[in-house]
Design a protein around this ligand. Structure first.
Ligand code: NAD
Length: 349
């Protein structure tokens, strides 16, 4: 049941929906809407069971609450998941049914794209529901939040290096895992700042495009352990595990990948090795900031000012961590403080 899930954390509202005509099977989880409407992406994934989909919705919606709270946004945390293979099961009828499902929540939950859904899918859903963002080029912000996530990560990497007294990016070595929407944009920003960038992606075409700009392509199975100043995981979650953490050679870990730690306690292991771990949900808030700017009708200049607050939030996290907690726990505490709730423990994957 919802209450038995290891990821249940006093969620406010969890609702499932099944539409046999379109094949839709989906869950919306609203974790907390104390600070505002719950905004979070709509993920489509071939979950092997309903329980796995529920766990993901509960875990991700909690993460959104903490991310928005720490970013200073007047938003709550929510997430939706569609059970199915996006390549085989995604149809306009299914997306319309999902939008109708979201309408039943009357704006308590607002969605945008996520893994397995795209800007084009959001445009289809937007025809049926006004509670769908990430579909239009509003205020010159563009529908895709990825460039803003990359910009936030870039600013965060600079802040982390400055915190360690290592100066600016010029001549620094940064290893990026994943040359997708965020990783590629981050690579371009870093190259522009004079960094030496190493990049790995199983999609070799993506790497080749960045190689042409000056990045060095490295093997996928070695990128996490590359000799570098900064490791930027920008592929999938769970890459920092008890097996990989002891082998990381970078002195700063700062990337976009959500839930990159298999377990929040790994932040302690990294700290013990004198590696500055920049909490994922703090540094990758540029995407939700862009979605919020669309929602709030803000201009690009206002969004850019908001992105510039990411280093401030990180500096607060780093300062609190000096009291002897990991940066991960420090970020959770600062977010919980804004929510006025006790911290229930490190964010689990
Ligand atoms: P994406 O799907 O565009 O790119 C991911 C890339 O990682 C792909 O090119 C894929 O081939 C590559 N990849 C997969 N396995 C790999 C491996 N083992 N080694 C190296 N590369 C591998 O995704 P994205 O939008 O760039 O997002 C990247 C990460 O950032 C995800 O974890 C996502 O949840 C997170 N994130 C993204 C945003 C956003 O705005 N897009 C916002 C917040 C967090």
């Amino acid at each position: 049941s919802v209450f038995d899930s290891p990821f249940f954390d006093q969620h406010e509202y969890v609702v499932s929906h099944c539409c046999p005509e379109s094949g839709l099977k989906a869950i919306v989880a609203i974790h907390n809407s104390q600070l505002g409407p719950a905004i979070g992406g709509c993920r489509m994934y071939p979950y092997t069971s309903g329980a796995a989909a529920l766990d993901d919705a509960l875990r991700l919606s909690r993460g959104m609450t903490y991310k928005s709270a720490l970013a200073g946004l007047p938003l709550g945390g929510g997430k939706s998941v569609i059970i199915g293979d996006p390549r085989r099961h995604k149809t306009p009828e299914l997306l319309k049914a999902m939008a109708e499902f979201i309408n039943t929540l009357n704006g308590r939950y607002i969605t945008a794209e996520d893994s397995g859904t795209s800007v084009e899918d959001m445009a289809i859903m937007r025809r049926t529901s006004r509670y769908v963002l990430g579909a239009e080029n509003l205020q010159h912000i563009g529908a895709d939040p990825s460039p803003y996530t990359a910009r936030g990560v870039y600013l965060g990497i600079r802040a982390a290096l400055a915190w360690r007294g290592e100066g600016d990016l010029s001549g620094k070595r940064v290893a990026i895992q994943g040359a997708g929407a965020v990783g590629a944009a981050l690579c371009r920003l870093l190259l522009g700042a004079g960094a030496h960038v190493f990049v790995a992606d199983p999609d070799t075409r993506r790497c080749e495009a960045l190689q042409a700009l000056g990045a060095v392509v490295v093997p996928v199975d070695q990128v996490l352990f590359w000799e570098a100043d900064v490791l930027a995981p920008c592929a999938m979650g769970g890459v920092i595990s008890p097996a990989t953490a002891p082998k990381i050679r970078a002195t700063v870990v700062a990337g976009a990948a959500n839930n990159m730690l298999v377990d929040g306690h790994l932040a302690d292991l990294l700290a013990d090795r004198d590696i500055l771990y920049v909490p994922d949900f703090a540094i990758n808030a540029g995407g939700i900031m862009a979605v919020y700017s669309q929602y709030n009708g803000e201009t690009l200049a206002e969004l850019e000012r908001r992105l510039e607050t990411i280093p401030d939030a990180l500096n607060r996290v780093f300062a609190l961590a000096e009291s002897g907690v990991s940066t991960h726990v420090a970020a959770e505490r600062l977010a919980a403080e804004r929510l006025g709730v006790p911290v229930s423990g490190p964010l689990r994957r």
